[in-house]
Design a protein around this ligand. Structure first.
Ligand SMILES: C[S@@+](CC[C@H](N)C(=O)[O-])C[C@H]1O[C@@H](n2cnc3c(N)ncnc32)[C@H](O)[C@@H]1O
Length: 204
């Protein structure tokens, strides 16, 4: 038995998808398999503190997918500090032609990401080390950061990885400033059912 029926997953995701672009036709069945995998691994490895399946769908999968409305469906995306794959895996499932790099420095979480990449046949690679140790010439069309500790210290490292014409995507608490020196804010939106926001910037 799957953790949740596909109809229930679709209902839970609806607020995050409403008004957004057309996404992969097989998104919901593949999300269902991803949810099953998360539940299995979360029982033995601390991938996310959220353990209740409906909340996991809303808070992690839905919030990740909400960003799809502001992103290109192709190109490259770096998920900086991916943890259990948020937002990189839902966005890859939504956009099959988006090539995603899941960067995660904790070995057990990186092990989960490798297993998810293999068993969901994702168009993705796992960088199982710190982003700082990537070859210096690697850059991405989108660099996404969600719930990464020491955000102030990590931000310049993320900015360095944004391609010249690329964009930085961040999930922000309600109180956080969006001013980023020498970068222009291109999008900002309240995340449904949350106090948080997402914001995108490009170089000025
Ligand atoms: C709190 S978790 C959040 C995970 C996920 N993005 C989410 O929204 O649930 C932050 C993750 O970022 C990873 N991390 C922090 N700094 C990193 C770095 N410089 N390079 C790679 N991973 C990093 C940590 O190991 C941790 O698993």
């Amino acid at each position: 038995m799957p953790t949740l029926l596909e109809n229930r997953i679709a209902d839970l995701l609806e607020p995050y998808l409403a008004g957004g672009p057309e996404l992969a036709a097989d998104l919901i069945p593949r999300m269902s398999r991803y949810l099953d995998l998360l539940m299995l691994w979360n029982a033995k490895t601390n991938l996310t503190a959220i353990r209740e399946p409906a909340q996991l769908v809303q808070r992690q999968l839905g919030e990740s997918l909400f960003a799809a409305r502001f992103l290109p469906a192709t190109g490259t995306l770096l998920d900086f500090g991916s943890g259990g794959g948020f937002p990189g895996i839902p966005l890859q499932l939504a956009f099959p032609d988006l090539r995603v790099t899941l960067a995660e420095s904790q070995g057990k979480k990186a092990g989960f990401l490798r297993e998810a990449t293999r068993s969901l046949a994702l168009n993705a690679e796992v960088w199982s080390s710190r982003v700082e140790s990537m070859p210096s010439d690697r850059s991405f069309d989108i660099v996404a950061m969600r719930a990464v500790d020491q955000a102030a210290a990590m931000l310049p490292i993320a900015q360095e990885r944004v391609a010249h014409t690329g964009q930085l995507l961040r999930y922000l608490p309600a109180s956080e400033e969006t001013h980023l020196g020498e970068w222009d804010l291109t999008q900002e939106a309240q995340v449904p059912l949350s106090q948080g926001r997402i914001a995108l910037w490009k170089r000025a």
